[in-house]
Each structure stands twice: as structure tokens, then as C-alpha cells.
Design a protein around this ligand. Structure first.
Ligand SMILES: [Zn+2]
Length: 440
């Protein structure tokens, strides 16, 4: 049965809203958008009066299972936080922890209007299982690292560790491809340019090309990473910065998602654009970890690069709320540039919708005929959204998860009237609490 959403306000041109009806086919595709659509007997009718209909938000960089580590070591410096809080707990995360952390993240994502996410972590079979059960759309990749942990300086172990990591990533990616679930795709995910050897980065690029996958990698996130990559690459030739280095390993293509991009130079901004790669801008995580920089968003926009928006994991953000990321990202840029016009609200709304969908190669992120019906309803009759004003700023600077009432992915409801339909939220929260306490 198709669905007819009537009397909603949807985003029109120039960042303003217009009243419209939207018809969704029984296979979950938007088949018509018009000021008035005559209902047929084959439609489930939804009266969306007083609501805004948005394309589902796309979280272009996260680690869902890390929701179990939310709030641990909040006010520590980055390395101390990793060493004393994250790594010991991650070592204790068994399969049950991964399942629960992911399920908890999925509840939060649906409640905050996210319909699709791009994830890299370990134990990805379980992340895929939880995601399939919940009905969200996702691109999933096993996060590979072959940096040797012991010893001074940066050392890698491609022959010993890297090849094993690559085999796990390839097996997982092929398994996902074989399932042919239209909602779940795979990525190849080398962790970062300073945690993977050159051989692993080059092999990852080749594998992603062979499988036709997204290549998902952290890049230019911190000053420490920048210094390490410059030091690693200075032998023999001119030192390379992280994004430039990834390109020299073949990692920058139109299927590449670079998480962060904070320390991208002017020439790297141009490089990202010329390779048609995407950046997953993660402002809240960057600010919370006190990286000190702000991603060069106006430069990326001016260069025509595709920007998407991510939260990063809930361990470094404390939430998976993309409404918050839109607002914080925009106001961070304004403040950093001493210029309230440095970026616009519609730039950030585009990143969280169309930009994310483009980065992951899915036909979503717009309410137009032929696009996937990944849709979100917000109740505009809420104190924080009154008075209504027909512009993107009304949404980006004022709206939040508390306004999200209904969510569908490919025409299937995951939340109706604020009730989650595919996840047992109470049970998940209770079990996640117990499991997090066990991790310490
Ligand atoms: Zn990350």
C-alpha cells in the first residue's frame, strides 16, 4: 500500500517552505509532489497539517556502537581520554556490547530524524544485524588499523596485521553485497592516514574500486595527525599533508568520504573538489575534543566540494543529534570568522540531507519525484518553533529531536506519533545501562 502525506509544509526553492502533498509508492519511492493530490483507495492517508516534512537526515560519519561509551571521561584531553577511558573499555566490548550500543544509537537516530548513517567500527556483522532489524539505511565498513601499538614513534605492520585487517574488511563487504538488502551497503574503511600503513591505504583504495564501495576514512582531524603524516612522508620527497597523502595512495575518488577535514589546506580543498570526493564535517566532536581548528567550510563550499554532516561517535559528541550538529557547525563558522554571514542555514540543511545522500551514492535527501521516501515529520506547533517562519534558519537554529514525530525509511514507518515501531526502546535502554556499568 502506498502512502499519501497531505497538507505538509516542505522545503521549496531558496530555502523557503511551501504547502504540498507527497505520494509514496508501495515500494518506497516518492512518486508525486504537488499542491494537491487526489487520494486513491490504495493509499494510507496521513494528515500532516501543522507539520513540516523533511528528507531524512544523513549522518555521514559515526560509530554507532560507541553510544555505550557516552559520557566517559568527558573533560579529559584527547590522548588521556583515549588512553585511560576509550581503549580499555573498547578492549572489553564483546558482541553483546556492540549489539546493545548499536541498538541504543538506532533509537536515538530515529528519534532525532536520522534515516541513514555511515559507520565504521569493529564487529560489523552485529552492527549490520541490529541495523537490519531496526530498518534504517546504512553504509557499514570494518575499521582497519595496522599501526603497531608498542615502541616510540610511528611504526606499521602491514604484512602481519594489515593483511589480516584487509581480509576481515573484504569478507564483511562481500557478505553485505551478497545479501542484496537495498537498505544496507558496505564501505572499505581504513581508519586514518596516521594509523594505517601506506600499503594498507593503497590496498584499501584498490579494494574499494574493485567492489564499487564507498571508501570511508578519517582525515585531517587533529594537529597531531597532521604532524605525524608530515613526518611520515618527508623522507625522499616533499612532506605531504593528510588529504594530499591519501590522494597519493589512490584514496580520493568520487566514492570517498573524508571524515572531519579540519586541517585541510587551500590546495587540499581544491583537491577534494577536483576528485569529487566528499567531506563529512563533524563540528560537535571537533569542538568537544578541543582540536583547536574549524573546518574550512566556506572554502569547501566555494570550491564546489560536496559537504555532508556527521556526529562522529557518541563517545566524542555525547549525542547523535544532527539538528544540534547543523546549528553548532553553522555558529562555529560564524564565530571563527568574526562573520555572521560566513555560512548560511541552508548550507547546513543541505549538508545534513542532500550532501550526505550524495556522499553515500543514494538517491535520497530531496522531496522530489523518483527519490527514496526516507522522510521525517516535525510538529511545527511546538513552543520552540513558534512563530513559524519560512526559511531554513527557522529549522537549523530552532528545531531539535523533540519536534520529530514520525520517521519512515523507504516508505516504511519506523516511528509513528513518537512511538518507535521496530525497536523495544525500554528494554534496550535498561540493558545498555547495565552493560555500560560493566565496562567500567
Ligand atoms: Zn570517527
Amino acid at each position: 500500500m502506498g502512502i499519501l502525506i497531505q497538507n505538509a509544509k516542505i522545503m521549496g526553492g531558496a530555502g523557503s517552505f511551501k504547502a504540498a502533498d507527497v505520494a509514496v509508492s508501495d515500494d518506497g519511492i516518492i512518486e508525486k509532489v504537488s499542491s494537491s493530490i487526489r487520494p486513491s483507495s490504495s493509499h494510507e492517508r496521513v494528515d500532516a497539517s501543522g507539520h513540516v516534512l523533511l528528507p531524512g537526515l544523513v549522518n555521514a560519519h559515526t560509530h554507532a556502537a560507541m553510544s555505550l561509551l557516552r559520557g566517559v571521561g568527558d573533560d579529559l584531553q584527547l590522548f588521556e581520554w583515549l588512553r585511560t577511558c576509550m581503549w580499555p573499555r573498547e578492549a572489553k566490548m564483546d558482541g553483546r556490547s556492540i549489539l546493545l550500543g548499536t541498538r541504543l544509537a538506532l533509537c536515538e537516530m530515529i528519534r532525532s530524524g536520522t534515516t541513514c548513517f555511515n559507520d565504521m567500527y569493529f564487529n560489523m556483522d552485529l552492527v549490520a544485524q541490529a541495523t537490519e532489524e531496526a530498518g534504517l539505511r546504512a553504509t557499514l565498513g570494518y575499521s582497519m588499523i595496522d599501526r603497531a601499538k608498542s615502541g616510540e614513534g610511528v611504526a606499521f605492520d602491514f604484512e602481519g596485521k594489515g593483511r589480516k585487517e584487509l581480509a576481515i574488511a573484504e569478507t564483511f563487504a562481500k557478505k553485505i553485497q551478497k545479501k542484496k538488502n537495498p537498505l544496507i551497503t558496505s564501505s572499505i574503511a581504513p581508519h586514518a592516514p596516521h594509523t594505517c600503513s601506506k600499503e594498507l591505504l593503497e590496498a584499501s583504495a584498490k579494494l574499494a574500486g574493485k567492489l564499487g564501495c564507498v571508501l570511508h576514512v578519517h582525515a585531517a582531524e587533529t594537529r597531531k595527525e597532521l604532524a605525524e603524516v608530515l613526518a611520515l612522508t618527508k623522507k625522499g620527497s616533499a612532506a605531504r599533508r593528510p588529504i594530499d597523502y591519501l590522494d597519493s595512495c589512490g584514496c580520493l575518488t568520487s566514492r570517498t568520504v573524508l571524515a572531519h577535514g579540519v586541517y585541510a589546506s587551500k590546495s587540499e580543498v581544491k583537491l577534494v573538489s577536483s576528485r569529487s570526493s566528499s567531506v563529512a564535517h563533524c563540528p560537535v566532536s571537533n569542538l568537544k575534543l578541543a582540536g583547536g581548528g574549524a573546518a574550512p567550510v566556506p572554502e569547501f563550499l566555494a570550491a564546489g566540494a560536496n559537504l555532508s554532516l556527521g556526529t562522529d561517535g557518541a563517545a566524542s559528541n555525547n549525542s547523535l543529534d544532527l539538528f544540534q550538529s547543523m546549528k553548532v557547525g553553522a555558529i562555529e563558522q560564524k564565530n571563527f570568522r568574526f562573520d555572521a554571514s560566513a555560512v548560511k542555514a541552508e548550507d547546513y540543511l543541505r549538508m545534513a540531507t542532500e550532501g550526505g545522500a550524495k556522499a553515500l551514492g543514494i538517491r535520497a535527501g530531496k522531496i522530489e519525484k523518483g527519490y527514496l521516501a526516507d522522510l521525517v515529520l516535525l510538529d511545527a506547533r511546538s513552543p520552540n518553533l513558534v512563530p513559524f517562519s519560512s526559511n531554513a534558519g527557522w529549522l537549523v537554529y530552532s528545531a531539535g529531536p523533540q519536534n520529530v514525530t514520525d520517521v519512515m525509511v523507504q516508505g516504511k514507518w519506523l516511528m509513528r506519533g513518537r512511538k518507535l515501531l521496530t525497536l523495544d526502546e525500554e528494554k534496550i535502554m535498561a540493558e545498555a545501562q547495565k552493560r555500560a556499568e560493566k565496562l567500567g
